[in-house]
Design a protein around this ligand. Structure first.
Ligand code: AR6
Length: 169
């Protein structure tokens, strides 16, 4: 049984086994959650991301996939980096966003992580409408076949929290 919980706050302040990062394909950092994770997690995370780029992802991590690194100075064992899709209006493919959650949980299972914190992937710079993104995220996690015991959505502001709270049931 996976329990879904909602928290309003900063994902870099969570104590969990794995923190999911809404990264970009480069894996080399950016703004939003990505910037916050690298800032607070310190240089060890970026060092592992660079090594991953060199070894396995020369062309970058594809959208919808996930890969783990150390969590550096964060209060977690791992950061799982995933790349959300950029919202392109009604043509946007929700399965790529769902894939971020599913693949992150698959990586979490491989690692043996039991508690996993997710941000609202793609709802910032990548522009996915919050209400739709919340529906896709909750559905993807509910349908996932995972040994993770707690999936914690960490929502940065009241609007994001409300979008998830209204749909979690
Ligand atoms: N804790 C939790 N949620 C946060 C935090 C935080 N510290 N900071 C922001 N959010 P975004 P994306 C929320 O833009 O849309 C980066 O530059 C934010 O309010 O971080 O997937 C990457 O490098 C929003 O609801 O991620 C990529 O280039 C949500 O997290 C690109 O942005 C996601 O916003 C990815 O864009």
């Amino acid at each position: 049984m996976t329990t879904l919980t909602l928290v309003r706050g900063d994902i870099t302040r969570q104590s969990v086994d794995a923190i999911v990062n809404a990264a970009n394909s480069s894996l080399l950092g950016g703004g939003g959650v990505d910037g916050a994770i690298h800032r607070r997690g310190g240089p060890a995370i970026l060092a592992e991301c660079r090594a991953l780029r060199a070894a396995r992802y020369g062309r970058g991590l594809p959208t919808g996939q996930a890969v783990a690194t150390t969590a550096g100075d964060l209060d977690a064992r791992w950061v799982i980096h995933t790349v959300g899709p950029v919202y392109r209006g009604a043509d946007s493919d929700p399965s790529l966003l769902a894939s971020c959650y599913r693949e992150s949980l698959r990586v979490a299972d491989e690692l043996g992580a039991r508690t996993v914190a997710f941000p609202a992937i793609s709802t910032g710079v990548y522009g996915w409408p919050l209400e739709d993104a919340a529906r896709i995220a909750l559905e993807a996690v509910r349908q996932a076949d995972t040994a993770v015991g707690e999936v914690r959505f960490v929502l940065f502001d009241d609007r994001a929290y409300a979008a998830f709270a209204e749909r979690i049931g």
